[in-house]
Design a binder for this molecule. Structure first.
Ligand code: AMP
Length: 121
């Protein structure tokens, strides 16, 4: 973990609660380390969130010890996109901090697709 970053699991982290099954979600894919579920406010016809089951507050809180897990996260995004039939392409997005408009402090990868997406930024 990066110095100064807190990855303490908050009892009320909504994605930790989804991982624990305490809050409902529309699961689309899962393995031992990762859960993928549909975004509650989809920004595209397909909008899936891919989260590590371990609480990591965000990209800025990840460290070298998370390198393999970060790779698994990207590959899970690829698997979800394939499963969702996004043959025309898709976008994988990680928002970090205020300027990145991160609203949930649990690392997550957005998988967006199903239409031609707008320009970045
Ligand atoms: P971000 O802005 O990158 O932090 O993305 C957080 C995403 O989580 C947003 O797209 C929200 O719509 C989504 N979200 C928040 N609460 C839930 C929930 N309970 N189930 C599914 N998606 C959620």
């Amino acid at each position: 973990m990066r110095e100064g970053a807190s990855n303490l699991m908050p009892a009320d982290c909504i994605f930790c609660r989804i991982v624990r099954g305490e809050l409902p979600s529309q699961k689309v894919w899962e393995n031992d380390e990762i859960l993928a579920f549909r975004d509650i406010h989809p920004a595209a016809p397909v909008h899936v969130l891919v989260v590590p089951k371990e609480h990591i507050a965000g990209m800025a809180a990840a460290g070298n010890e998370h390198a393999a897990l970060l790779g698994e996260l990207l590959l899970a995004g690829q698997k979800v996109a394939e499963q969702e039939g996004l043959d025309e392409g898709y976008r994988l997005v990680i928002n970090q901090g205020n300027h990145g408009r991160q609203t949930v402090a649990h690392l997550h990868l957005h998988v967006l697709g199903g239409r031609l997406l707008g320009a970045m930024g």
